[in-house]
Design a protein around this ligand. Structure first.
Ligand code: FES
Ligand code: FES
Length: 203
């Protein structure tokens, strides 16, 4: 008889209770048991990052996390970013800046962006580059993804796209809204703009 364990998680704000085998991977639990297909499966070895979700506000690889390890935790998948029929500012920014091609890496990339901007609401281009280094994209060459992250930083800092909603705030650290409030005039650093301008000039 297969050993099964009862797990109870809060996923995108909803409490979910299931019986799972101890070896059940979190990514399979999300995709197959809950029907949340935004967590994509790539390498299945914790390398590519396409299976990234937020656990208590911090990114984890759901392909190397067992569902039982997430028992009692809060999980956010890309399906949990939009609210009240409106995209999250990070989703808007990826749309506006065409920060994707095939889209396979995109849900994970957006969740990582939420985390990056919560930790640093006004990153430089280099900081964004380092921040997304954990996420592999085989299509874009990363430049438009970086543009999208910087665009999200601009709009979230300016508060122009928050629409009364607060970006994902679980876990330690201030929310983006709080952090932005603590950073008057927050926006990408000046060297960022200079780099942007120089890049545009070269293209
Ligand atoms: S599928 Fe999880 S890191 Fe690649
Ligand atoms: S857009 Fe295709 S893998 Fe990133």
């Amino acid at each position: 008889m297969v050993d099964r364990h009862r797990v109870e998680l809060v996923v995108n704000g909803e409490t979910e209770t299931r019986e799972v085998e101890p070896r059940r991977l979190l990514v399979d639990f999300l995709r197959e048991d809950l029907g949340l297909l935004g967590a994509h499966i790539g390498c299945e070895h914790g390398v590519c990052g396409t299976c990234t979700v937020l656990m208590n506000g911090e990114t984890i690889r759901s392909c190397i996390t067992f569902a039982v390890q997430a028992d009692g935790q809060e999980i956010t998948t890309v399906e949990g970013l939009a609210s009240n029929g409106k995209f999250h500012p990070v989703q808007e920014a990826f749309w506006e800046k065409q920060g994707l091609q095939c889209g396979y890496c995109t849900p994970a990339m957006m969740l990582r962006t939420v985390e990056i901007l919560r930790e640093n609401p006004s990153p430089t281009r280099e900081q964004v580059r380092e921040g997304i280094a954990s996420q592999l994209c085989r299509c874009t060459g990363y430049q438009y993804i970086i543009d999208a992250v910087l665009e999200a930083a601009r709009t979230m800092s300016a508060g122009t796209q928050t629409d009364g909603k607060v970006p994902v705030t679980q876990g330690a650290g201030p929310s983006s809204a709080e952090a932005a409030a603590q950073t008057p005039g927050a926006g990408p650093a000046l060297e960022e703009e200079a780099e942007d301008a120089s890049r545009q000039k070269e293209s």
